[in-house]
Design a protein around this ligand. Structure first.
Ligand code: DON
Length: 303
């Protein structure tokens, strides 16, 4: 497969969206991103690495981190996690509070903010340092010891985090948090505020392309668990646009409001595209266009 040619075609499709969408500003520090930046990378299970544009520039990974906190919580704690968080699409925005009330503080899935807070809480119980566990995992898989949390973004999230605080307190009121709300929020913001590049994320995401095997060859989770995570990515990874993302791209994928989307071609590769302008659901316009072009031209998709 000519990955370089596919990336070049995907970049043309992404650049054609220039000017569409808005850079996230509800976390003020994110508004500093260059709206026209674009990068994309592919890491194959055979160890090849390709990139175009700003593929080595770090950006705020935001909700892409929720994939890694989930992988770590499952690998340390197993299936018990699913008692506190569901695996159904919410059909609502990523920061919505509405379903929590009628569903007794059990979030619909691990990728909406409410569910990710529960995952961070369990990872905190299992490791004593949830954000540190995510950071270390990313550093090791990417071979990048410089990767870390951007303290300015983390502080900005905390300062403007009224919705997340409301979600966490509501979940706690139902007895579905094991740690103090403030600790859970701090670790959640710290892993969302990690800065990493498309290069870093494809190397880290390859664990799912390899069905649960880490970069050093050790097994992080069973093949069946990796399949399950890919399934939740398909149904919930891009929130209330998961149907549209499956329609256009046809891969398991996780987006973040920093503009990154990490997608998995199971058994083949991990691919990450980044462009800071977002659509209404909080997914990058350029990254969706790039991934759409790539899977349409190559025929690679899970469908
Ligand atoms: O909690 C938040 O709102 C952010 N730290 C993460 C949200 C996010 O990335 C949603 N993804 N598209």
């Amino acid at each position: 497969m000519d990955y370089r040619g596919l990336l070049e075609a995907a970049e043309i499709a992404a650049r054609a969206t220039t000017g569409q969408g808005q850079v996230a500003d509800y976390i003020p520090a994110l508004a500093a991103a260059d709206p026209e930046a674009f990068g994309m990378a592919v890491a194959t299970v055979d160890g090849e690495l390709f990139g175009v544009g700003d593929w080595e520039s770090p950006f705020s990974i935001q909700s892409v981190s929720k994939l890694f906190s989930l992988l770590l919580a499952l690998s340390h704690g197993g299936d018990g996690l699913w008692r506190g968080v569901g695996r159904e699409p919410s059909g609502n925005p990523f920061n919505s509070l509405v379903q929590l009330e009628t569903e007794h503080g059990i979030p619909r899935n691990p990728f909406i903010n409410a569910g990710a807070l529960v995952v961070t809480d369990r990872l905190q119980s299992l490791t004593g340092d949830a954000a540190g566990a995510v950071r270390e995992f990313l550093r090791r898989e990417a071979g990048n010891p410089l990767l870390g949390t951007d303290p300015v973004v983390a502080a900005s999230e905390a300062e403007h985090g009224h919705r997340n605080a409301a979600l966490a307190h509501f979940i706690a009121s139902h007895g579905n948090l094991e740690n103090p709300v403030e600790d859970v929020l701090d670790h959640y913001y710290a892993h969302c505020a990690i800065a990493a590049s498309c290069r870093d994320l494809v190397l880290a995401g390859s664990v799912l392309a390899r069905y649960g095997v880490r970069a050093d060859g050790s097994r992080m989770m069973s093949r069946s668990e990796a399949k399950r995570v890919n399934a939740v990515l398909v149904t919930c990874g891009t929130y209330d646009a998961a149907g549209e993302f499956a329609f256009r791209v046809g891969l398991p994928g996780k987006s973040g409001v920093g503009g990154g989307i990490l997608a998995i071609l199971p058994g083949r590769a991990a691919v990450c595209a980044w462009g800071p302008r977002l659509d209404q659901a909080g997914n990058s316009v350029a990254a969706v266009a790039a991934l759409d072009a790539m899977t349409t031209l190559s025929g690679f998709s899970i469908f």
